[in-house]
Design a protein around this ligand. Structure first.
Ligand code: AMP
Ligand code: MG
Length: 171
């Protein structure tokens, strides 16, 4: 087993002063580290009867699609405003500075879907909380949220009512 922490690069002051950016590109470029990451993500909710994975733009797409293939289900993109071409549902949320929003196609999930949310990283939890609301707005059930990295000191998990599975935790 690899120590996946060794494949996460800390980049200080990106994209702005005071933020330590967790760069996942060293992990993505290494086949063994990437495969181990997908295996570990698949273990989290592998037996929970997931029928669809919803990934958060854009790094949630990188992990969400191969995870969907491993779990034997389809994939739904949650995107920044103005990117999706069909009828959308939208949720706005707070960022450290200002507001942001995510959109989903209104026909992306069905009421009987059991949805797993996927992103690369959980920080304040605002993004993932908006993702949960988007899916619940469409009447589907959120089974949980899986992320590779959790910045536990920001307590994002406390914003989420669903179970959260994380691989690497930074205290
Ligand atoms: P939050 O809504 O605060 O939980 O922020 C999570 C989202 O912002 C995820 O989609 C991450 O890709 C991104 N993000 C936030 N903080 C960082 C960080 N320190 N390093 C890399 N990505 C981050
Ligand atoms: Mg992101």
């Amino acid at each position: 087993m690899l120590d996946l922490n060794a494949y996460i690069r800390d980049v200080p002051d990106f994209p702005e002063p005071g933020i330590v950016f967790k760069d996942i590109t060293p992990l993505l470029r290494d086949h063994a580290a990437l495969a181990q990451t997908l295996d570990a993500l698949a273990e989290g909710f592998g037996d929970a009867g997931i029928t669809r994975i919803a990934g958060v733009e854009s790094r949630g797409f990188i992990f969400g699609v191969p995870l969907a293939l491993r779990l034997g289900c389809g994939f739904v993109p949650l995107r920044k405003p103005g990117k999706l071409p069909w009828t959308c549902s939208r949720r706005e949320y707070e960022l450290e500075y200002g507001r942001a929003a995510l959109e989903v196609h209104t026909d992306a999930v069905d009421a009987d879907d059991r949805v797993l949310l996927v992103d690369d990283l959980l920080a304040t939890g605002g993004t993932m909380a908006a993702a949960v609301q988007l899916i619940e707005d469409l009447g589907a059930t959120v089974i949980g949220a899986s992320v590779v990295i959790e910045l536990a000191f920001l307590a994002g998990r406390e914003k989420l009512a669903c179970p959260v599975h994380t691989l690497l935790t930074y205290a």
